[in-house]
Design a protein around this ligand. Structure first.
Ligand code: AMP
Length: 299
């Protein structure tokens, strides 16, 4: 079953202990779509400027990502610059230039509206609400960030009241709930709306919580070389939602397998600058790492 994602399409400049890349293809919707495209038809809704290189459009199209909802607006593409510390779980955002994202009004294409699965990647919660008014999907996932928790908490709470699943990192879960303990924070988030809560903990993996009290924990795949973790969280979300959309249900057993597939895809993203390694992965590569994950966690 098909899936729609609404989110940023970016040109990223990133420095890590292993090197630097300038103006690489990036953005939450890009990493998400590339990951989900391994499992299910995906519609990308976003905006780029006149300067967005055609080769990036070609790369997305080559993965059969439906780009009817990718608007080309007058002005420059969203740009994001970050530097990672030696501990790559830590990064500083050096510059954010919203450019065409500033006046973005997401419009779902017909395919985008009809998709039974929807993911609202990290954009202004007001825009996330607009998107929710354009379609009636059967399962909606949401991402957000510290900025929106800080400056638009009421709007964000409105969005939370309308979605099924929140994918958030540990620091944001604590900030949103004022609660340090993650299982307790997850329970508080269930009360705000989402029946499913996923708390990401960077290289320490993630936790999945259901509102009826079930918990599942998955480590990250240990990697010898983390070249650039940019987009790992969005890739994880794309793998998770893509797998669920492919299976066509949100049973607990499916969710657990979706978490493993999201984790595996995120591991590929960390192995190169930009989304190159993610885009080059085959379904066989994914299956091999899922098997590796099983060996890692079975006892
Ligand atoms: P992640 O590493 O999963 O947090 O995702 C990083 C990606 O999110 C990069 O490709 C950025 O272009 C994009 N990004 C960073 N900041 C923002 C923002 N304020 N709004 C939308 N997308 C962003």
């Amino acid at each position: 079953m098909s899936l729609t994602v609404v989110g940023s399409v970016a040109l990223d400049t990133v420095e890590t202990p292993l090197g630097k890349v300038e103006e690489a293809l990036g953005g939450a919707a890009v990493y998400f779509s590339l990951a989900a495209s391994h499992f299910t038809p995906i519609n990308l809704v976003g905006v780029v400027g006149e300067d967005f290189p055609e080769e990036h459009v070609q790369l997305l199209a080559s993965r059969d990502i439906n780009l009817d909802g990718l608007e080309r607006a007058d002005g420059k593409t969203f740009r994001w610059t970050a530097r990672y510390h030696d501990d790559v779980n830590d990064r500083d955002t050096l510059d954010t230039q919203l450019n065409v994202l500033e006046s973005f009004q997401p419009k779902l294409s017909d395919a985008g509206k009809q998709a039974p699965y929807l993911f609202l990647a990290n954009i202004h919660p007001g825009l996330q609400l607009d998107v929710l008014e354009q379609s009636k999907p059967k399962f909606v996932g949401l991402d957000s960030m510290n900025l929106w928790i800080d400056i638009t908490p009421d709007l964000l709470k409105q969005v939370l009241g309308k979605v099924d699943c929140l994918v958030i990192n540990d620091a944001e879960a604590r900030q949103l709930t004022n609660e340090h303990n993650l299982p307790v924070a997850a329970r508080q988030i269930h009360e705000l709306g989402p029946k499913t809560v996923i708390i990401k903990k960077g290289e320490h993996g993630c936790l999945l919580f259901s509102a009826d009290g079930k918990t599942f924990a998955a480590p990250a795949l240990p990697l010898d070389r983390v070249v650039d973790p940019t987009g790992a969280g969005d890739t994880f979300a794309g793998g998770f939602m893509g797998y669920i959309a492919e299976q066509g249900n949100t049973e607990w057993e499916t969710m657990k397998k979706a978490i493993v597939h999201g984790t595996v895809l995120a591991s590929f993203t960390c192995e190169s600058f930009g989304p190159d390694s993610l885009a080059a992965v085959s379904r066989e590569d994914i299956a091999r790492r899922v098997a590796q994950f099983e060996t890692l966690t079975r006892f």
